[in-house]
Design a binder for this molecule. Structure first.
Ligand code: HEM
Length: 455
């Protein structure tokens, strides 16, 4: 027999669980799983959300019944920043746009960006010095933005990278507040130093930068095979091209989705390697054996299996995209409950990737979990790039980029967390280190018979 809707905390009158959710959504989700099991509900300003923790719900919502679940209404905060790009379109519109841009992300196409990725990383390394302390989170955000700008849009972002990164952060700090939260209602004065004021300025600034990138390409008349060329040249079956706002929103989406994710994946990987010298030593040995100090190419990647395992395990422990929200079009049944049409639902990597019943010792950083001869994790227990028709279009780009950047940097420097530096995850749209990540650069030297020694 069907039960009523899943249980969950009552929260406060009117606002529901707003405070607990806003203070730390990751801990909040973990607590819901511990108290309520496979599915729980909670309220934010009278809207009820249902959050699922089992891989079978991931498969049900993201894959098998993907057409019954929309992104747009479930992610108003994303729309405020990036408008109507792939992440926020639904149904036939989403399929049409995905078809247009998909070829630009094909593996053979993105392999051409490998050289740009390594060159940009080497340029960054030329500015680093042994013993220097720096915020690796900022350094990786700038690097991945420059790479995305160059590879996808042929744009030299250079000094603007920091501004763009900060603008995205300011925008997501505001946009992440639930729509009716008191901070949003009372402080919506654009010309003050409120979160809203910063958001308005940040969004205006982002639009100017993106419009300039597009304008430059239009006036130069250049054609290429990057994402921007594909967007500008695209025609659907009726011969209609994308209008200016559509192109702009795609560019914004790719910049937003394509840099903070990979930058945080790299930052957390450097952190995990610093905390696990035995893993780092094994990785350095592999890099030494295969590359012997030279810059990596895309052809080297199949020979660096441990590098891939390290990144996969890092994406399990610190999944940059920590959850996906959807809104149900029709009512549906799942986990023994019947949910009404219009229900807001979510799945979360953060909890599912850390379930002891699926992962054994989930908090241990063990890249060997992903060794080729080890049994695969249960289906949909691991989904750092989402799943189904909306799986991350940039996954091959991101995995190639993360491996090339890590291999390039680690052959020059190993990064150690500054002793005592506080590390805690903070979930905005992306999971990032709450206080940044201050690390010290230690030169990597080829050691005695095998591998590396540290000064
Ligand atoms: C480690 C890096 C990355 C992670 C963890 C990641 C994660 C994800 C996830 C979980 C989704 C699914 C969202 C959903 O189902 O609602 C997604 C979608 C998407 N990602 Fe990524 N991503 C990464 C890198 C990138 C890069 C490099 C790009 C572009 C260059 C990119 C562009 C996109 C786009 C456009 C979508 C929307 C796809 C659609 O709805 O059709 N991502 N990503």
């Amino acid at each position: 027999m069907e039960r009523s809707l899943p249980p969950g905390p009552h929260g406060w009158p009117v606002i529901g669980s707003l405070f607990e959710f806003n203070a730390d959504p990751l801990t909040f989700a973990e607590r819901l799983f511990r108290h309520y099991g496979e599915v729980a509900s909670f309220n934010l300003f009278g809207t009820r959300f249902f959050i699922f923790f089992h891989p079978r719900a991931v498969k049900y919502i993201l894959v098998d019944n993907a057409r019954n679940f929309t992104n747009r209404e479930a992610n108003p905060e994303l729309r405020q920043i990036i408008g109507d790009g792939l992440l926020t379109l639904d149904g036939a519109e989403h399929r049409r746009h995905r078809r247009i841009v998909q070829p630009a992300f094909h593996r053979t196409r993105i392999e051409r960006y490998a050289r740009t990725m390594v060159e940009r990383t080497e340029r960054l390394l030329s500015q680093w010095q042994a013993g220097q302390e720096l915020d690796v989170a900022n350094a990786m955000a700038d690097l991945t933005l420059e790479i995305a700008g160059d590879a996808l849009f042929g744009a030299e972002l250079g000094a603007q990278a920091r501004e763009i990164g900060e603008a995205f952060l300011a925008a997501s700090e505001y946009a992440n507040l639930p729509v009716l939260s008191p901070w949003r209602i009372s402080l919506d004065l654009p010309f003050t130093n409120t979160k809203y004021g910063k958001y308005v300025r940040a969004r205006r600034h982002l639009l100017e930068i993106v419009e300039r990138i597009i304008q430059r390409r239009r006036t130069s008349g250049e054609t290429g095979e990057d994402v921007l060329s594909m967007l500008l040249a695209s025609r659907d079956e009726e011969g209609t091209s994308l209008d200016d706002v559509e192109v702009r929103d795609h560019v914004l989406t790719f910049l937003a989705a394509g840099h903070a994710t990979t930058a945080n994946a790299l930052t957390w990987t450097f952190y995990l390697l610093s905390e696990h010298p035995e893993v780092r030593a094994k990785l350095l040995t592999e890099l030494d054996d295969v590359l012997g100090g030279r810059a990596p190419t895309v052809g080297d990647l199949p020979n660096l299996p441990y590098l891939e395992m390290v990144i996969k395990e890092s994406l399990r422990i610190f999944p940059p995209a920590w959850g996906q929200a959807r809104r149900a079009i029709d009512s549906f049944e799942l986990e023994g409950y019947r949910f009404p049409a219009g229900a807001f639902v979510a799945v979360t990597q953060w909890v599912t990737h850390h379930r002891a019943d699926l992962w054994g010792d989930p908090e241990a950083f063990r890249p060997e979990r992903f060794a080729p001869d080890t049994p695969e994790p249960p289906a949909f227990a691991y989904f750092p790039f989402g799943a189904g028709p909306r799986i991350c279009i940039g996954m091959p780009f991101a995995l190639m980029e993360a491996r090339l950047i890590l291999a390039t940097i680690l052959q020059h420097y190993t990064l150690d967390l500054v002793p005592g530096y506080p590390v805690a995850p903070r979930a905005l749209i992306i999971v990032q280190p709450r206080f940044g990540m201050r690390m010290r650069l230690i030169p990597t030297r080829i050691g005695t018979h095998h591998g590396y020694a540290y000064i």
